[in-house]
Design a protein around this ligand. Structure first.
Ligand SMILES: Cc1cc2nc3c(=O)[nH]c(=O)nc-3n(C[C@H](O)[C@H](O)[C@H](O)COP(=O)(O)OP(=O)(O)OC[C@H]3O[C@@H](n4cnc5c(N)ncnc54)[C@H](O)[C@@H]3O)c2cc1C
Length: 337
């Protein structure tokens, strides 16, 4: 990966976060260095962002889409958990692939480092800028391009929020082939870039099998159109696969074609408690055998998690299992499926 990064030269990504002392003092955020990040130190050849650069970005994007306000910069430099706090000179909000292309070509030429950002929910700090990286925010590129209700194929821009896509295809009786807790904020482009999984994995398998097409802008600014919508394509190497899970290190994903599945007309939920972890696996095995493709999701939690939710006395939730609260809950051996 590091080799690829050097070959493609630019600009993308990430390293050890140096927390801003001011922010740390204000929010007392803990220090969480990214030990396994790609490079511990941007090459010294990268340039700082200058007022001339900002003027150029403004020419491409318009004033509203070039953010330099300190509070806003801090917002986009802080991850969802407020665990990683980075540091950026400017946030750019392109609205078209051509604008992304222009920005990348310019940054590549001028050795300005970039980090792409979708919903900023990745939990591992991958979308957080460091050392004044430029944040390329994709959330304005959120349009639906097409939904083929016969084939069940959604084509959209990469900044579309997952929940918007779920609601959109849901109206036509389809499911997006994955779902996760961050659905209200994370973007389809971020999902593809991280190869996100989630609660429907057992039914639809890994996301890369359901991505039919991508449009990607390379660091040079070249636009790669791989927006295939056929369910099977044997026309040669499947180039788009190297961009899935590459978290922006090889290019910026700007459009996605996703295979969707007809949703089950009826849904049933079962909640079980068992006394051993091996029983959880037995339940999984039994459910797969019994329900086959009709099994949409399976999740489990230990007693400590159940007790934690219970302790909040969530008004909207019915707790089907009662337990002896006088016991030391950390010692209770129970699992919930
Ligand atoms: C409550 C909660 C539940 C979660 N559950 C799950 C789960 O079940 N399974 C799971 O896998 N993850 C889960 N996550 C993690 C997270 O939601 C996923 O990683 C999600 O895919 C990130 O999407 P995003 O748009 O927020 O991407 P970001 O966090 O903005 O970015 C993630 C990475 O992708 C890069 N990137 C973003 N957009 C693009 C683009 N268009 N082109 C190129 N690179 C890009 C960024 O630079 C960064 O490296 C959860 C997170 C939360 C907060």
């Amino acid at each position: 990966m590091r080799l690829l990064r050097h070959l493609t030269k630019p600009l993308f990504k990430t390293q050890l976060i140096k927390q801003s002392p001011v922010y740390h003092a204000l929010f007392k955020a803990p220090v969480h260095p990214r030990y396994f990040s790609s490079a511990n130190g941007l090459p010294s050849t990268y340039n700082p962002v200058t007022p001339q650069n900002i003027a150029h970005f403004t020419q491409i994007l318009g004033e509203n889409n070039v953010i330099t306000d300190a509070d806003d910069l801090l917002y986009y430099s802080t991850d969802w958990m407020k665990k990683y706090i980075g540091d950026s000179a400017v946030v750019l909000r392109p609205e078209t692939t051509e604008q992304v292309s222009e920005i990348l070509a310019y940054c590549n030429k001028n050795l300005l480092p970039i980090v792409p950002q979708g919903g900023n929910t990745s939990l591992v700090g991958g979308s957080v800028p460091i050392k004044k990286e430029i944040v390329l925010l994709l959330t304005k590129m959120n349009k639906v391009l097409d939904f083929d209700a016969t084939q069940g194929v959604l084509q959209c821009e990469a900044g579309m929020v997952l929940e918007t896509a779920i609601n959109l295809v849901g109206k036509h009786g389809y499911d997006i082939p994955y779902d996760l807790g961050a659905r209200g904020s994370c973007t389809i482009g971020g999902n593809v870039s991280t190869h996100a999984g989630g609660i429907n994995f057992v039914k639809y398998g890994p996301l890369r099998g359901n991505v039919l097409g991508l449009e990607v802008v390379l660091p040079s600014g070249k636009i790669l159109n791989m927006m295939n919508t056929a369910r099977k394509d044997s026309t040669g190497p499947d180039l788009k696969q190297i961009f899935i899970q590459s978290e922006g290190t090889l290019g910026i994903i700007t459009k996605v074609a996703l295979r969707c599945e007809a949703s089950s007309p009826e849904k049933k939920l079962m909640f079980l408690d068992v006394t051993e972890y091996s029983h959880v696996l037995q339940v999984l095995n039994f459910a797969k055998q019994k329900f086959g493709r009709n099994l949409s999701a399976i999740e489990y939690m230990d007693h400590q998690s159940y007790d934690l939710v219970h302790s909040f006395k969530h008004k909207l939730l019915d707790f089907p299992f009662t337990y002896d609260q006088s016991l030391d809950q950390s010692q209770v051996k129970k699992w919930y499926v």
